[in-house]
Design a protein. Structure first.
Length: 81
């Protein structure tokens, strides 16, 4: 099961679509965010990031997993960056 830090990392990535901006939002370095997301990938057994044009976004599996952990997380209400 994901911890709060990992769930927040998924949410920040969904909101920003950018490792740099998500890391700034969480007040951590992009390298730290990458490590957290690698932990998430290991935990759920699936990739969590996918390229999307010049940005990256969460995979469908990662979005569903984040929603399952925190039901108030609604990826459809997020505006792409």
């Amino acid at each position: 099961m994901l911890d709060v830090k990992q769930t927040e990392a998924l949410q920040a990535m969904a909101l920003t679509g950018s490792l740099t901006r998500a890391a700034e939002l969480l007040d951590i370095t992009p390298l730290s965010l990458c490590r957290i997301l690698a932990e998430v990938e290991e935990e759920i057994g699936h990739p969590v990031l996918q390229p999307y044009g010049r940005t990256i976004r969460l995979t469908r599996v990662a979005l569903l997993f984040a929603q399952k952990i925190k039901p108030s997380f609604d990826p459809d209400s997020l505006s792409p960056c």
